[in-house]
Design a protein around this ligand. Sequence first.
Ligand SMILES: *[C@@H]1O[C@H](CO)[C@@H](O)[C@H](O)[C@H]1NC(C)=O
Length: 461
Amino acid sequence: MRLSNVLSTTAAVLHLIGKAQAKAVFAHYMVGTVDKDHAQQDIDNAISVGLDGFALNIGDPTESYVGATLEYLYDYASGTGFKLFVSMDVSESGAACNAGRSCCNGPNDYSSIFSQFLSNEASYLGPNGLPMISTYSSGGVEPDAWHSWKVSLDFQMYFVPMFDDTDGYYDSTSGWWSTWGNLVDGVFSWEAAWPTVADGSSTDVGSLSPDMPVINSASASQKSYMIALSTLQYKDAVRHARNRDCELLLTDTKQYGTNLYRPGGLNLPIRMNNILGIASQLDFVEIITWNDGPESHYIGNVWSESSDSSVMYSSPQAAFPHAAWQPLVTSFIEAYKAGGTMAPPSGATAVGSMWYKTILQDASCSGATPPSGWSTGTDSLTWAIVLPSGSSGMKACLTSNGSVISTVSVNPGLNFGSPTGVQAGAQMLQLLDSAGNVVMTATGGSWSECGRWQRKLQQLN
Ligand SMILES: *[C@@H]1O[C@H](CO)[C@@H](O)[C@H](O)[C@H]1NC(C)=O
């Protein structure tokens, strides 16, 4: 057999068992104004984290920055092995349409983007060998309109939309599958990533119970499942929609712009554990997000030039960098792909970090409107530490303003906790060896009672 025959036979076999082959991990990437070198740095950083690609969230596709940002990303990704696919944010494009923009045709507004980039070498190909396309929401677009849009692209896609806004989705009703099932190659659930606003039940933190009915039906229908993994969600972003003459049309606190707090400091590590427990039933993981500043769940870079001037927040990167979550994500990705447990990089003692909000539950801070759901917050130091197999006798010690609030044993794999008793001041996580010596520390900075709901992160060094 000639080599080319071997390769094509292998490709055919891979195609047949394609569902079992897909084990990619992506991050949701908000497409905005970005400098070329920053777009490139995003890809370099994402490769270092171990991500396979970005799901490129595009709201209003007629925005002037879209073309340049996509060119920077696709040009740089080509040849690196890092992949990209478009996530049509038809919710946002519909909102932009309502605010006077000319993107009023749902997925059809993205046709020039697809004609330019769908066959790009950097496009992520699904198990059917065709470029992946995703969405953020159905945008209220009806099934027959989605079908017509697929016809317009001659069905040349691997379609994994996020349609969790449609009737019956999370119940995974037979009605849902008969209405939508034929349109999709896989499904992706967004809201399942966090407990709902004001849900204070600790059992819902990081739970897969919203995902499971959909995972089971997707599997029974030979469709793939993309599971969402997120750190947390706190957003304070009030949108001020303007028309093309920059006149203020509305101040909208209901859509993207809102001020809310979803509970679950431990959402990230608990969901990591749960996802690893059912990894064999999953195809794709999408980390939400790489760079969504206003929603606070970014793990990557939030560049100042990307800050949406119509949203009332300033670039959070400087005060609240989130890179300290990245080593946990890297360890998760390796375990997910290998079907094993989380471990630090070979030779490392541990990876880990600590995160906390810098405002106390009983703080009375003038001028600040507490976010919806704030009462489910706790004054905690949340931490996660990953230890290699073979480590023994180690402990995690949490200190708040000079007082030890927790000391617990930590074992090989992923450990986490969220002890309460935080006081304003300096916070510290220490990893102790079996003799009680400090081997690694996460600390830095001090704060007073009226800080922010945004989480402050410190990495174990
Ligand atoms: C933090 O510790 C210092 C020193 O012990 C103490 O004076 C201060 O009251 C503590 N702060 C709080 C908020 O308890």
